[in-house]
Design a protein around this ligand. Structure first.
Ligand code: IMP
Length: 430
């Protein structure tokens, strides 16, 4: 039985939450391994909607262990709020069901302020971030000055750690004309939140290794999408973490062989929030229709998502950079009723034809999609639970996507409801 990694194969918002929830029934443990509360996962269970940002999606199902790995950046105040919000919806969350890596980096209020300042004051490149402090927190992590979960437990060294991070940030803030952060006030805030966070802290690398050896099934839940990966995405319009499937190992403290099956999640079309290149973006009524039918608004930020046709070039690239074994294709029903549907199969850059997105930023902005036109279908695919219920043209569309991306469709999701899923291949039974 393989462990499974779920990774977004586009720019995020592919519908990972539902798929992870669907798979979590077969898992013992669900692990987040990168990102933070910039993610927005919506789960609809028996008509009740749960919105998650930082907590692993498995948390809403009883009897599962949820783990936040070291690759995640944790805003402790947000965490407390999110736990409280879900508990108010009747979800059971306690240190027995949720473990957080003691070596995970904390997001501090100063990270959020810096993220916000950069995005709103033209102080550098506008990325269109979620303004949650994700990037600045990762910067401090690799800058070796971050405060980590475990530091909350040691009152004797916490003041010197705060001093170190503030030496950097207050110099920066002075330069930007922002008020300096008071060390005493930050210490008091961290001391106040520490007793709520520390009961969840654990050496999760050891816990997960024990689980693996005991034959437990682990589901790794990716956030965002591989095209936002800091190395393999549309840099610099990316998030600040690695997102590709191999990060599941690094971001949880497991060896690469712990990763079994890699399930990429892709929407039957493409969306993106924030700035950056998007070769198949639609600026016309078709794009508006897809956005309205697909309810393409951010779960957390409420921002309108940019919409476009399915880009097989990009998903093919993700299949290769993440070693994707199979795809869960979501939101096929949003394409119901279109007379024709376009799929991008290559790019034109000047006189050149490309089969991948080049790394060069200027070239990424300039590539023009080469489209294949596919006949649409008039019947609805919404809520279908078997191939037999799908119109022939919809099946053709799915089959053509498989050919173009070089990976099979293992699951097809036909509505936000968990059971509206067609299973072709169970990733856990690989
Ligand atoms: P950050 O992760 O907040 O730093 O934002 C960096 C980029 O990633 C921006 O374009 C965001 O819109 C995008 N982003 C971050 N989280 C998500 C997500 O969960 N879904 C889609 N895009 C995201």
């Amino acid at each position: 039985m393989a462990n499974v990694v779920v990774v977004g194969a586009q720019w995020g918002d592919e519908g990972k939450g539902k798929i992870v929830d669907w798979l979590s029934e077969q898992a013992d443990t669900v692990v987040r391994f990168q990102g933070g509360h910039n993610a927005g996962h919506t789960l609809v269970i028996d008509g009740v909607t749960y919105k998650l940002a930082l907590l692993p999606s498995g948390v809403v199902r009883g009897g599962k262990l949820s783990v936040i790995g070291n690759g995640v950046v944790v805003d402790p105040w947000h965490l407390v709020d999110e736990i409280a919000r879900l508990q108010a919806q009747g979800v059971e969350i306690s240190p027995k069901t949720l473990r957080i890596a003691d070596n995970a980096t904390l997001i501090l209020p100063l990270h959020r302020e810096l993220d916000h300042f950069r995005e709103t004051n033209n102080a550098g490149l506008k990325i269109g971030t979620t303004k949650r402090g994700i990037g600045p927190a990762y910067e401090d992590k690799v800058g070796r000055r971050a405060i980590r979960v475990v530091d909350l437990a040691d009152e004797s060294t916490l003041p010197s750690k705060i001093e170190r991070v503030l030496t950097h940030h207050n110099a920066l803030r002075r330069g930007l004309g922002i008020d300096e952060v008071d060390a005493g006030a930050l210490l008091a805030e961290l001391k106040a939140i520490a007793p709520t966070i520390l009961p969840y802290a654990d050496a999760v690398w050891a816990l997960l290794d024990d689980q693996r050896r005991a034959g437990k099934r682990i589901l790794f839940e990716g956030a965002q999408g591989a095209l936002l990966d800091v190395d393999h995405g549309t840099y610099p319009f990316v998030t600040s973490s690695n997102i590709v499937a191999s990060q599941a190992a690094t971001g949880s403290g497991m060896g690469p062989s712990a990763i079994g099956y890699v399930l990429g999640i892709a929407k039957a079309y493409t969306t993106r929030v924030g700035e950056g290149p998007f070769p198949t973006e639609l600026f016309d009524e078709v794009g508006e229709t897809i956005g309205a039918k697909g309810r393409e608004f951010g779960v957390n930020t409420g921002r309108k998502r940019r919409c476009g046709w399915f880009d097989a070039v990009l998903v093919r690239q993700t299949v290769r950079t993440s070693g994707i074994d199979g795809i869960a294709l979501t939101k096929l029903d949003i394409l119901d009723g279109f007379e024709t549907i376009k799929v991008c199969t290559g790019y034109r850059l000047g006189s050149e034809v490309l089969d991948h997105l080049p790394a060069n930023q200027a070239a990424q902005a300039k590539v023009e999609p080469i489209y294949e036109i596919i006949e649409g279908w008039s019947q609805t695919t919404a809520g279908a639970r078997s191939w037999a219920e799908l119109p022939a043209q919809a099946i053709k569309y799915v089959r053509r996507i498989e050919e173009l991306i070089g990976a099979p469709v293992a699951l097809l999701s036909t509505s936000p409801e968990r059971d509206d899923t067609i299973l072709m291949h169970n990733p856990f039974e690989d």
